[in-house]
Every structure is written in C-alpha cells, then in structure tokens.
Design a protein around this ligand. Structure first.
Ligand SMILES: Nc1nc2c(c(=O)[nH]1)N=C([C@H](O)[C@@H](O)CO)CN2
Length: 117
C-alpha cells in the first residue's frame, strides 16, 4: 500500500501531568505516515480521490486546540482513532514529540501504529 506523510507538523495544546503544564499551551511535533492507494488520484489528477494531507493537518491542529490531555500516550491514541475513522485510512503510524519537556533532550514522546497495513 502507498503512503501519504506529514512531517514535523507543529501544533499547540495543553498537555502534561504537572501543575505548571496545565496553565498554558506547549508545542508538539506530529509525524504521520498514512496508508492510502495513491493510484486512483494519479489517474485523473484528482484531489477528491487522494488522501488530502492539508485536510489532515487542519484536523490535527483542531484536535490539539480542543483537548487538554495529561499524557502524550492519550493524545496519540485518541488522535489515531479519530484519523482512522474520519479519513477512512486503513493504517497509520503516528509519532508525537514533545520538544520542550526535557531540557537536555531534543525531544521525547511516543510512536504508535494502528489499523492494518
Ligand atoms: N510516558 C510518558 N512519560 C511522561 C509523560 C508522558 O506524557 N508520557 N509526561 C510527563 C510530563 O508531563 C513531562 O512531559 C514534563 O516534563 C513526564 N513523563
């Protein structure tokens, strides 16, 4: 199966377990790989048959703005289930990076795969 991908999408969200993390938003970086058959869109050069990565980016940004989870695990799981359902993709790999959480690390976070390849 082909893939459509999004790299290092920056979103702002309230996230974290500590009190100081509950008072404002932090930046998350989102990497997504999504299974999709790209051939039908290519035959007629038609966006309506493609997995529209700009629509996915918009939905991810909206999701981040509307939620305030404590764990990146919860953010990842809930977002993965939403994307599988709303965009009817059969499989995705989703990486959530919290770049400012650990001063001496470039980033920390989780990576999950859901659905069937
Ligand atoms: N596995 C996880 N570990 C930790 C998380 C998390 O979401 N998943 N979160 C924190 C804190 O919120 C941290 O980001 C603040 O530095 C700690 N560990």
């Amino acid at each position: 199966m082909d893939r459509v991908f999004i790299e290092q999408l920056q979103v702002d969200t309230v996230i974290g377990v500590y009190d100081w993390e509950r008072t404002g938003t932090q930046k998350l970086l989102i990497d997504l790989a999504m299974a999709w058959d790209n051939q039908p869109a290519a035959v007629d050069d038609q966006l309506s048959l493609a997995l529209d990565y700009s629509a996915v980016c918009q939905r991810v940004e909206q999701f981040a703005a509307q939620h305030a989870f404590e764990l990146v695990e919860t953010f990842a799981e809930r977002l993965a289930q939403l994307l599988l359902k709303e965009f009817a993709m059969p499989w995705l790999r989703l990486k959530i990076t919290k770049p400012a959480a650990i001063p001496k690390a470039a980033g920390v976070g989780v990576e999950i795969e859901r659905g069937c390849r």
